[in-house]
Write a protein that binds this ligand. Structure first.
Ligand code: MSP
Length: 503
């Protein structure tokens, strides 16, 4: 059995979750669910990033203490993920004692190893990014390139992480681990940033106190990013449980958005090296979900709440659309038109229609009892191919291709029914063979689609008379042709996915 440790970034709690965060979290969730399906030992971590100026200001603007604010907002994220059927094994908050302990211990090791020194820093800072920028990186020399807001001039006596000492080691790491950062275009972006020369970076603040205190100089707190990155270690027992830590690290998969590449693909591996642990095995970069061409963000007006989308479209259709329409690595556009078109084509017409049709013909031709599949059905070979294609895609972090492959079995099954027209034939062995095979295809589809649509998968199995849990089926053995036993009651039920009107 192999281990699969997958993380989302921890979300800033300056405002409520939006559908861009949902995109990221649903992808990590689906990857975790896929790996559970193939029998891996999975640990899936998400959580909230609660320190820093941005959060402190949000609390102030709302007239509450930072702790009250973060308690409220962190709960909001946890609820949003529960409503989206997110199966995280842990939810970390950076304000927890276990995290303070890990951050202090990790950075103390780096300090003791001589990679942290004191100096004065003066620079242009974007509070929304919680990041310093060089003047040439700014829009018109004054505005943050991400938020398009004016940056602020900050001057502080800070501790610095000697990032510059890791240039050669980082380049060597990139060269020896070509798959560590994916997709390749993002790997190249990080590598050329490193080759362009690295400056030491300021990792503490004295201007605020909402953060983890520096253990060797308590008037300072760690800069929010240095505290945040360590969450990936805290949750697996860094400094508390060496055996557990060794079991999960460094075989991690960090799923991150493209604007936080430098933190995860330059600073983070260097910090790990400085602390004497291996850098993360894999960073998978994804693009942004855009609305009308703009990045959806908490500081812009076009935020869309996941809860509203769940109410309109349902959990599984939303998850399916997010996974199916925006491949990891590319930007995607979120629109009512887009989700409706996908819903009607793949869910109402293909999957929903197949489920309803098979149940109706089983009712009329087989007395409502599902027959066993035909071992020689043409669909047996299609299913075998589909299983291989689906596995290959998911194992490569390509849920969109995995789902596309799975949907081929739905289309072929619908085509088989149209070619044989069992609804027009006399009941008997030929009709039983076609319907049994269609039921078997549905059983397999439900298992393969379960990382995207866990409730729908359970409902399909229930309707075709199976009392198992499709998410507990093991792929590939559990989806070998012939698993549907036959002789089970098949229920018609209401449409799984009633058609939506175009918006
Ligand atoms: N707190 C830091 C991460 C620290 S991880 C050690 C942070 N938080 S964030 O809330 O601003 O963003 C978290 C993640 O959400 C990022 O990976 C970001 O790319 C992702 N998204 C935010 N808006 C997004 C879209 N509109 N589309 C897709 N993902 C987006 O950065």
């Amino acid at each position: 059995m192999s281990r699969f440790y997958v993380t989302t970034p921890i979300y800033y709690v300056n405002d409520a979750p939006h559908v861009g965060h949902a995109y990221a979290t649903v992808n990590a969730d689906a990857m975790a669910r896929w790996h559970r399906l193939v029998g891996d030992d999975v640990f899936f971590l998400t959580g909230t990033d609660e320190h820093g100026q941005k959060v402190a200001r949000a609390a102030e603007e709302n007239g509450v203490t930072p702790q009250e604010w973060t308690d409220r907002l962190s709960a909001h994220f946890a609820e949003a993920w529960a409503a989206l059927d997110i199966s995280n094994d842990d939810f970390i908050r950076t304000t927890e004692p276990r995290h303070y302990q890990a951050v202090q211990q990790f950075l103390q090791v780096i300090y003791d190893n001589g990679y942290i020194t004191k100096d004065v820093y003066r620079g242009l800072y974007c509070v929304s990014c919680e990041q310093y920028y060089a003047e040439e990186e700014l829009e018109g020399g004054t505005r943050c390139p991400v938020h398009r807001r004016p940056v602020e001039l900050l001057e502080e006596e800070n501790y610095f992480f000697r990032l510059s000492a890791f240039e050669d080691r980082l380049v060597a790491w990139y060269e020896s681990e070509p798959g560590a950062v994916a997709p390749e275009s993002k790997r190249n972006e990080a590598l050329s940033f490193i080759k362009g020369g690295l400056r030491d970076i300021s990792i503490t603040r004295t201007s605020i106190d909402w953060g983890v205190p520096v253990p060797w100089d308590p008037g300072h707190v760690f800069y929010v990013w240095y505290d945040a990155l360590v969450n990936y270690l805290t949750a697996i027992g860094y400094g508390r449980d060496d055996e557990r830590f060794a079991a999960w690290w460094p075989a991690v998969h960090h799923l991150i958005g493209k604007e936080i590449i430098r933190f995860h693909c330059v600073w983070w591996p260097a910090m790990c090296m400085a602390a004497g642990i291996d850098p993360p095995a894999h960073v998978q970069v994804h693009g942004w979900l855009l609305v009308g061409g703009e990045k959806m963000s908490k500081s812009s007006l076009n935020k869309i709440a996941p809860d509203d989308l769940v109410a309109t479209y349902g959990v599984d259709p939303l998850r399916y659309h997010l996974l199916r329409d925006t491949p990891l690595g590319a930007d995607g556009d979120f629109s009512a038109e887009g989700i409706t078109a996908r819903y009607n084509a793949d869910l109402a017409n293909n999957l929903g229609n197949l489920t309803a049709r098979v149940a109706a013909v089983v009712a009329s031709k087989c007395g409502g009892v599902g027959p066993a599949p035909d071992p020689d059905s043409r669909l047996a070979a299609v299913a075998a191919d589909v299983v291989v294609e689906t596995m290959t895609a998911w194992n490569r972090f390509q849920p969109h291709l995995g789902l596309e492959a799975t949907w081929r079995l739905i289309r072929e099954t619908n085509a088989e029914l149209e070619a044989t027209e069992p609804w027009k034939a006399e009941p008997g062995p030929a009709v039983d063979a076609v319907l049994g095979s269609a039921l078997e295809a549905l059983r397999i589809v439900a298992v393969l689609a379960s990382p995207a649509m866990p409730s729908t998968s359970r409902e399909i199995h229930r309707r075709i008379g199976l009392d198992d849990d499709p998410t507990a089926t093991r792929v590939p053995d559990g989806v070998a042709w012939g698993g549907y036993p036959g002789g089970l009651p098949v229920e018609k039920g209401s449409p799984l996915f009633p058609r939506l009107q175009a918006p």
